[in-house]
Design a binder for this molecule. Structure first.
Ligand code: CMP
Length: 360
C-alpha cells in the first residue's frame, strides 16, 4: 500500500479509533478496576496512539510535497492527539496519567466535519459582537456579586461575606442554573435575584441572536459565492452589468433533479422559471425538443400569465437555477436588453418568429 493510500485509510479510521479510545479513557476512570483490565485498556490506548503517530508522520512527509495539506485545524488536532499524551507520559512518574490526556482525541471527529468548520468561521466572523456580549455578561456578573455582598453579606457571611464568595451565587443565578445551595434571605436580596435572572436571560438571548445571525449571514455568503460562479455559465446573463448580476444572484436558488423528474407541467400556473446548469431536459412541445446546459425554460407562463404550454422533464440528472415569478418581473422591468432577449426566445418557441430549435 502506498503512503498516501495508507494515510487516507488511517484518516478514515481516525473517528472510529477516537470513539474506542474515549471509551477506554472513560472505563479507566472506574474505581476498583481489575489490574489486568486496566493494563488491557492501557494497551488499547497505546495501540491507538501508535496509529495516530504513524498517520501524523505520513501527513508531515506529504506536507513537504503538498503544502496545502490537510488544513491548519486538522493538522493541529493531529499534532495534539499525539503530542499531549506523549508529553504527559514523559513527565516524572506519578505527575500525570498519560491515559487521561488521550481525552484530547475527542477533537478527532470534529477534524473533518464541515459543520464544525462553519461554526469556527462564524465565531471568527462574530468575534467582536460576541466579546461585546461577554463584556456585558462580565459587567452584570460583577455588579450582581457586589450588590449581593452588600445586601446579603451581613446576614450570610459564609456565602456572601466577600465579593469572590458572592460570585458563586451571581454566576448560578445569572446563568439561571440556580442550584439552590445559596439563596438570598432579605427582601432586597430577592429583588436583586429576580433582576439578575432577567438580565441573564437577556444576555443569553443576545448571545444566541449574534450566533444565529452569524450562521445565516455565512450561509447567505456561501450561497451567493456559489451561485455567482454558476450564473457565469448562463449565456443570457453574460452581458448583464455586475450590479444587476449581484441583484439576480441574491434571488436565484439552486435545485437538483433526477432523470424523469417533472420540472413543470402543461396547464399549471407558472411560479418560477429555470436555467439549466447541467444535464438535459425534454419539452413535450410539438415537435418535442431537448434543452441543454445554459438554456432556460418556464419563462412563457411568467411573461403571459397563461398556464404552462408544455411539460418539461429531466432526461439526465440536472442542476438548475430557479427564479421566482416576482423576481422575474423585477428583472425584466429593470433590464430592457434582457427582457428583449427573453421575449424573442419566447416568440421563437411559439413559432411566431424564426430561430434556432429550442431557443437560445
Ligand atoms: P412555460 O409555458 O412557462 O412552461 C413550459 C416551458 O417549455 C415554456 O414556458 C418554455 O420555456 C418551454 N417551451 C415550450 N415550447 C417550447 C419549444 N417549442 N421550444 C423550447 N422550449 C419550449
Amino acid at each position: 500500500m502506498t503512503p498516501p493510500a495508507l494515510s487516507s485509510l488511517l484518516s478514515r479510521a481516525g473517528v472510529a479509533l477516537a470513539v474506542a479510545g474515549l471509551f477506554a479513557v472513560t472505563l479507566r476512570s472506574v474505581p476498583g478496576l481489575h489490574p489486568t483490565t486496566h493494563r488491557a485498556l492501557d494497551l488499547v490506548l497505546l495501540a491507538i496512539w501508535a496509529v495516530y503517530a504513524l498517520h501524523l508522520a505520513l501527513e508531515l512527509v506529504a506536507l513537504r510535497r503538498d503544502p496545502a495539506g490537510p488544513g491548519r485545524f486538522a493538522l493541529a488536532v493531529d499534532v495534539a492527539a499525539v503530542a499531549l499524551p506523549l508529553m504527559a507520559a514523559a513527565l516524572p512518574s506519578g505527575t500525570a496519567d498519560a491515559g487521561f490526556f488521550c481525552a484530547v482525541w475527542a477533537l478527532k471527529p470534529l477534524r473533518d466535519l464541515p459543520a464544525f468548520r462553519l461554526m469556527v468561521t462564524v465565531v471568527a466572523n462574530e468575534w467582536h459582537s460576541m466579546m461585546g456580549v461577554l463584556s456585558l455578561f462580565a459587567l452584570v456578573f460583577f455588579l450582581a456579586a457586589t450588590t449581593a455582598y452588600l445586601v446579603e453579606g451581613p446576614g450570610q457571611p459564609e456565602a456572601f461575606g466577600s465579593i469572590p464568595r458572592a460570585m458563586w451565587w451571581a454566576v448560578t443565578t445569572l446563568t439561571t442554573t440556580g442550584y439552590g445551595d445559596v439563596v438570598p434571605h432579605t427582601f432586597a436580596g430577592r429583588l436583586l435575584a429576580g433582576a439578575v435572572m432577567m438580565c441573564g436571560i437577556g444576555v443569553f438571548a443576545l448571545w444566541a441572536g449574534v450566533l444565529a445571525n452569524g450562521f445565516s449571514e455565512e450561509m447567505r455568503k456561501r450561497a451567493f459565492t456559489e451561485i455567482w460562479g454558476l450564473v457565469s455559465s448562463v449565456p443570457l446573463f453574460a452581458d448583464l452589468p455586475h450590479r444587476d448580476l449581484a441583484q439576480i444572484v441574491r434571488v436565484l436558488k439552486t435545485r437538483r433533479a433526477a432523470p424523469g423528474a417533472v420540472l413543470c407541467r402543461r396547464g399549471d400556473i407558472g411560479t418560477e422559471m429555470f436555467f439549466l446548469l447541467e444535464g438535459r431536459v425534454r419539452v413535450d412541445s410539438a415537435p418535442p425538443v431537448e434543452l441543454g446546459q445554459g438554456q432556460y425554460f418556464g419563462e412563457m407562463a411568467l411573461i403571459s400569465g397563461a398556464p404552462r404550454l408544455a411539460t418539461v422533464t429531466a432526461v439526465t440528472p440536472v442542476m438548475l437555477l430557479t427564479l421566482h415569478a416576482s423576481d422575474f418581473q423585477l428583472l425584466i422591468e429593470q433590464n430592457a436588453p434582457l427582457a428583449d432577449s427573453i421575449h424573442r426566445t419566447a416568440d421563437e418557441r411559439r413559432g411566431l418568429r424564426p430561430g434556432p430549435a429550442g431557443g437560445t
